[in-house]
Design a protein around this ligand. Structure first.
Ligand code: BEZ
Ligand code: FE
Length: 323
């Protein structure tokens, strides 16, 4: 029998398509590729050509059944059905497939390693809210969020170690029960924002604020993405973290988190967001005197997060005719 040359041979070899069948399948791919080849937008052509090659290659690789194709369509339909202005199931799907982290990695290239390397980026997540309250340096972003007090301090510098003054630092986090304010009744709108705020680094690049010790929590898992995780036996939990978004003139915007060392989910983050460099010691402190003249009744925590910003990428031409 005439088989494709790349198919393994031997008594237990899987049966691959015949040469004739492979040619028919290839003809479908080539016809679709030809449909995009006439586009005058070079980038669109490049992206669509690669997408079609990979999608068709996937169908051929796994010999996708029609029932599986229908299941995939129903899954995507379910993602659409549950998506609202505040629930974006497609981004969640991208997150649990590691697509979000891969795209972040491609677009935030490392600037080296060790001292002076830019702080690593991680996922944005769905719980950022525009218009968080401005918090003075040393102020409290918890605004009544439940949890043990936590002091966070650090600096913002560039990759040459120069302080970055006036950097805007947005922070947001879940409370001790694992809920963001937007997940609580009436929370997350102006006047009811808790566990979020923004501040500006000092003239020497330093910053500091009070917050609460974050807790681990599950990503929204009551939709198709939750079903996908369950089918794989994967946890929907994220390890405890505080989100940061740091912006400054001439610098690449940094979207990242700090994670709490020792968290049981560090090795199984549902969205693959953990980087070793972002795992920090949140050291427990005894009751008593604390920064900013506070006296704390129970245990409290402190951590230090020094942010290093990469320079903004130079804008490059995306093609078009040159003189
Ligand atoms: C978050 O950390 O807020 C998050 C990130 C990705 C998916 C869901 C939640
Ligand atoms: Fe989060």
């Amino acid at each position: 029998m005439n088989r494709t040359s790349h198919a393994p041979t031997g008594p237990t070899a899987p049966t691959g398509p015949t040469d004739e069948q492979a040619a028919r399948e290839r003809a479908v791919t080539d016809a679709v590729l030809a449909g995009f080849a006439t586009s005058t937008d070079a980038r669109y052509r490049e992206v669509m050509t690669s997408l079609v090659e990979h999608l068709h290659g996937f169908v051929r690789d796994v010999r996708l059944s029609e029932a599986e194709w229908a299941q995939a369509i129903a899954f995507l339909r379910g993602c659409g059905d549950i998506t609202t202005d505040t629930r974006q199931e497609f981004i969640l799907l991208s997150d649990v497939l590691g697509l979000s982290m891969l795209t972040i990695g491609v677009n935030n290239p490392a600037t080296g390693s060790g001292p002076g390397a830019a702080t690593e980026a991680t996922v944005f997540g769905p719980f950022f809210v525009e218009g968080s309250p401005e918090t003075p340096l040393g102020g409290d972003v918890s605004q009544g969020a439940k949890g043990a007090p936590c002091w966070v301090e650090g600096s913002v510098t560039d990759t040459a170690g120069r302080p970055v003054a006036g950097a805007r630092i947005e922070v947001w986090e879940a409370d001790e029960d694992g809920f963001y304010d937007v997940q609580l009744d009436g929370g997350g709108t102006e006047g009811t924002m808790t566990g979020r705020g923004h501040l500006f680094s000092d003239a020497d690049g330093s910053y500091r604020f009070w917050s609460v010790l974050p807790a681990s929590y599950p990503i929204p898992d009551d939709g198709p993405v939750g079903d996908l995780l369950a089918a794989a036996g994967r946890s929907s939990y994220r390890p405890a973290h505080i989100h940061f978004m740091v912006t400054a003139d001439g610098m690449r915007t940094l979207v990242t988190h700090v994670f709490v060392a020792g968290d049981p989910y560090l090795g199984s983050d549902a969205v693959f967001g953990v980087k070793d460099s972002l795992v920090l010691d949140f050291a427990e402190q005894p009751p008593g005197e604390a920064p900013e003249g506070r006296t704390v009744d129970g245990p409290w925590y402190r951590t230090r997060f020094d942010v290093v910003l990469a320079p903004e990428a130079p804008t490059t031409s995306t093609g078009g005719p040159t003189a």
